[in-house]
Design a protein around this ligand. Structure first.
Ligand code: SIN
Length: 536
């Protein structure tokens, strides 16, 4: 049985807000909740396990000359391929400038020109230069460094790392806490009581064999919410970044889209540039178009490279220090050599359904960042809208919690450092390797009905033998993605079905799926495979 790690008497006077996840959304929410006491539970030492710290793009915000909130919304809606919630996208774009001000106040050193104006960069599918950056491609690392420093200076915030979320604990319809487990093979589940639980656990990249996400991005928060009965949205929509650096590393280092924004081109192993024939915007076409074009060449046995020599050349290390360092580690000199690239699972547009205040359909549970599905991204997220969404909606959650819970007694935590820090990454078991390979092969850049059924049957088979809660959660999310992908018999945004290659107007809407539905679809796939005498 899970036990209460901090019995109620030891917490007298302390408000019970627990944030699960120590990335941008979690830290920003905690800062906005201050001075209300908050516990952040993170899988890895703070700053180490979060995708946010690896973000190379920046924060999209209509702060450049000639830009407008309307244009930002229009680009977001266009990228989202017909199913963006315009109201939510408008709210997000409208609050961008204020959140950039907040980040500046927390000490984020966004790039400025000689006149002191914020420098804005260009990325694919943005009609304007709109990406607020730090030293070219260091935005994620710099934002996280500033917020970690701010959080450490805030006495109301307690950080405990090395805890992996396992389940939402509820009494009837209301949350009462969160069940977590320390990293390590023989750890026992423990409960952190909570009147308000904020899920900020990040995405699902690690469910794929090739991903740009760090190890903790394995969908834990999504699985927990699904098991507790939360409504989930758009789970079939996964974004594959076209240009992960293909040097066999797991996770795969990223070559930011900003490189293509600055004129870098994609070539195959014959040196031929292929994107102009694929889309009028060539290398700056929507991510799914570029990812598919690269994927098809790789499947046909070619190699693909990002050639930055002419567009960026000798300025590369100075302008893109992060990518330059990743290249150096892999023995590539981007000034002299084209960079080998391949698509990699990068971002989940789907997630736990939330409203404009980040409320899930579970009483007392909020979600923000990649684990949430606000509707702002539709079927395909616009570059650099993810950090923006994280700060806009985590701030709104804090506001909502302030309004709902009585004023805190404001007792600072007696112990508030992350002394329990321990990396949560564990080597892949055979089951995890099979899950990840199956997701990449059958639930990846291109999908079809037979591959999706095969994947679902594989997940059901693995689940029948699985005991570990963490593996069971990964399998639950894999099923939610594959089942929704099987149901959507069309192609739209990040979801491409080779057996239904066109968009279908009848499918121009968001989708909602429960774990029970996904289970039933997976069991059906497993039964028919076994009837046919086929092993999944
Ligand atoms: C990139 O820099 O290419 C990634 C930015 C993003 O995913 O928004």
């Amino acid at each position: 049985m899970p036990r209460d790690l901090f019995p109620p008497q030891s917490r007298a006077g302390i408000d019970d807000v627990v944030i699960l996840g120590g990335g941008l959304a979690g830290l920003f929410c905690a800062l906005k909740l201050a001075p209300r006491p908050v516990t952040i539970l993170a899988a890895a030492p703070i700053g180490e396990g979060a995708s946010s710290a690896w973000a190379q793009g920046g924060v999209a915000a209509a702060v450049g000359e000639g830009d407008s909130i309307d244009r930002h919304v229009a680009d977001t809606v266009a990228a989202g391929a017909g199913i963006v919630d315009r109201k939510i996208a408008t709210l997000m774009a409208s609050e961008a400038a204020a959140r950039i001000e907040d980040l500046l106040a927390y000490g984020v050193p966004f790039d400025r020109d000689a006149a002191g104006h914020l420098v804005v960069g260009r990325e694919a599918a943005h009609s304007e230069r709109r990406i607020v950056r730090v030293h070219g491609d260091m935005a994620g690392a710099a934002i996280m460094a500033a917020l970690i420093a701010a959080v450490r200076k805030t006495p109301s915030i307690r950080i405990l790392s090395g805890f992996v979320g396992e389940a939402v604990q509820a009494d009837g319809p209301s949350v009462t806490g969160v069940v977590v487990r320390r990293a390590g093979p023989r750890s026992r589940p423990v409960v952190f009581p909570a009147r308000a639980l904020v899920l900020a656990t990040g995405g699902i990249g690690r469910l794929y064999a090739v991903t740009t996400n760090p190890a903790p991005a394995e969908g834990g928060g999504l699985a927990m919410a699904a098991r507790a009965g939360a409504k989930l949205a758009d789970t079939e929509f996964v974004q594959f970044h076209p240009t992960a650096i293909a040097v066999g590393k797991d996770p795969a280092p990223l070559a930011t889209e900003a490189l293509r924004g600055e004129g870098a081109i994609l070539v195959d192993d014959t040196g031929a540039r292929f994107m102009p024939a694929e889309h009028p915007d060539a290398e700056l076409a929507p991510r799914d178009v570029v990812a598919r074009a690269i994927h098809r060449r790789l499947v046909a046995g070619h190699k693909v490279f990002l050639d930055c020599r002419k567009a960026i050349g000798a300025a590369f290390p100075e302008r893109f220090p992060n990518v330059a360092a990743r290249c150096r580690e892999a023995g590539i000199d981007p000034v002299a050599d084209p960079i080998p690239v391949a698509p990699a699972a990068h971002y989940h547009m789907g997630g736990v359904l939330v409203d404009a205040n980040g409320r899930t359909t579970l009483d007392g549970v909020w979600a923000c960042g990649e684990v949430a599905s606000t509707g702002a991204h539709g079927a395909n997220r616009l570059a650099s809208n993810s950090l923006l969404e994280a700060v806009v909606f985590s701030a709104r959650i804090a506001e909502d919690i302030h309004g709902l819970l009585p004023s805190p007694v404001n007792a600072p935590w007696p112990e508030r450092n992350d002394a329990r820090a321990r990396a949560a990454a564990e080597p892949d078991s055979r089951a995890v390797s099979l899950l990840r390979q199956t997701m990449s092969t059958h639930v990846g850049v291109e999908r079809n009905a037979s591959g999706l059924r095969h994947a679902l049957a594989t997940f059901a088979d693995l689940e029948a033998k699985a005991r570990q809660p963490r593996l069971l959660n990964m399998l639950a999310v894999a099923k939610l993605v594959a089942a929704a992908a099987l149901l959507r018999t069309e192609s739209r945004g990040g979801h491409y079905r080779s057996d239904f290659p066109a968009p279908d107007p009848a499918w121009q809407h968001r989708t909602f799926i429960s774990l029970a539905q996904a289970d039933a679809i997976a069991e059906g796939a497993r039964a028919s495979m076994h009837d046919l005498g086929m092993e999944a």
